[in-house]
Write a protein that binds this ligand. Structure first.
Ligand SMILES: *Cc1c(COP(=O)(O)O)cnc(C)c1O
Length: 364
């Protein structure tokens, strides 16, 4: 048995050791022509003349798992398809944090779902704030590892690239973090924006670190946010443990069909072209905004958004809104009290952002 296997076993909630999860009608391997085992309707809905929606869907369609495995260069058994990567975060909490006792480590400012899922689960959130440096935001992976060990946290969430910070994280540094916490904690690398980054943690790291978990999603670069399809990439053992905690039929059949279409070669080529354009727009918008008096600072970004500090954030927000442009107001976080997060739009939409902020005068 590898050390890694024992990491997951050691961290699994003791009360779930013998837990098999729900046995759905779909999980039995029977074969037949007349399916009367799941209390489905015998006839199709008038809303679904083809009858494609009459049956419960496959919990983990093999074609989807295989397509995701090809996309991310892992084995199908290392993929758990999820209802968005948000579900992956929730499953990790449920499987590896004892309710009311467990702890996770995060590096704020960061994506809010880690803390939301922890809170709903009664797990403690140990925050190791990222540092705002001249080169951009920097998560302190060393301090995160120390905090995880001190708090006996079972999960360390690293958002790479960082949202909302745009931070770049070196795959080698993530690998070192995983090595340091082997046997002690799972390192969860959320790669929701990995496609937009210069370098991203990938399958090669998974092979070397069985306590590493990668989260990926079709919501951003693949432009399928409404389909709610994400993936957990991890050891077979972790994938199996998470699957036992998952809902019986997490993936709606139309969403699976959309995902399979998006993973065809022509669609993947179109995705690559969109990502290339977004990266070019990111550089263009960052340079244009940085030159405006209304803008104090544009952080370097590896995502499909820019984090921008403004001379007068309220005025900037209002000017954008008056132009019909809605951006993310970050000011609830005291460290981002003058900041907006602006998603990259089409070139024309980005021009409109520049024009709206260019019309603002700098604060005295
Ligand atoms: C958008 C986002 C997600 C959510 O992904 P879904 O697959 O749509 O649930 C996860 N992590 C980060 C950091 C995000 O910004």
């Amino acid at each position: 048995m590898s050390t890694a296997a024992s990491t997951a076993q050691r961290l699994l909630r003791p009360d779930l050791r013998e837990f098999g999860g729900y046995r759905s009608a779909r999980s039995s391997q029977a074969s037949g022509q007349v399916w009367l085992n799941a209390n489905e309707s015998a006839q199709a809905s008038s809303a679904d003349p083809g009858g494609g929606l009459r049956r419960y869907p496959d919990p983990q369609p093999a074609a989807l798992r295989e397509a995701l495995a090809r996309l991310y260069a892992v084995a199908p058994a290392q993929v758990l398809a999820t209802r968005g990567s948000d579900e992956g975060i929730d499953l990790l909490l449920r499987a590896f944090c004892a309710p009311g006792q467990g702890a996770i480590v995060t590096a704020p400012p960061v994506f809010g779902m880690y803390a939301v899922c922890a809170r709903l689960h009664g797990a403690r959130v140990v925050e190791v704030p990222a540092e705002d440096t001249d080169a951009g935001w920097r998560s302190d992976l060393d301090a995160m590892a120390q905090a995880a060990l001190a708090a006996a946290a079972s999960l360390v969430f690293v958002c790479a690239p960082g949202n909302p910070t745009g931070e770049a994280l070196e795959p080698a540094a993530l690998a070192a973090l995983a090595a340091r916490l082997e046997g002690r904690a799972l390192v969860v690398v959320d790669g929701a924006y990995a496609e937009y980054a210069d370098a991203a943690a990938g399958a090669d790291l998974l092979a070397a670190h069985d306590n590493l978990v990668l989260l990926r999603t079709l919501s951003k670069a693949h432009a399928l946010a409404a389909a709610r399809i994400g993936a957990v990439l991890a050891s077979r053992e972790i994938v199996g443990l998470l699957q036992r905690c998952q809902a019986p039929y997490p993936l709606a059949q139309p969403a699976v069909a959309a995902a399979l279409a998006a993973l065809q070669p022509a669609a993947l080529a179109a995705t690559a072209a969109r990502v290339a354009q977004a990266r070019a727009e990111r550089a263009r918008l960052a340079a244009a905004l940085a030159a405006l008096p209304a803008v104090r600072r544009v952080y370097p970004s590896q995502g499909n958004f820019l984090l921008v500090r403004c001379a007068q954030a309220q005025a900037a927000y209002d000017a954008l809104l008056a132009a019909g442009i809605v951006v993310r107001d970050m000011r609830a976080d005291p460290r981002l009290a003058d900041a907006l997060r602006i998603s990259l739009g089409t070139p024309a939409e980005n021009d409109a952002v520049i024009a709206a902020l260019a019309a603002l005068r700098r604060a005295a």
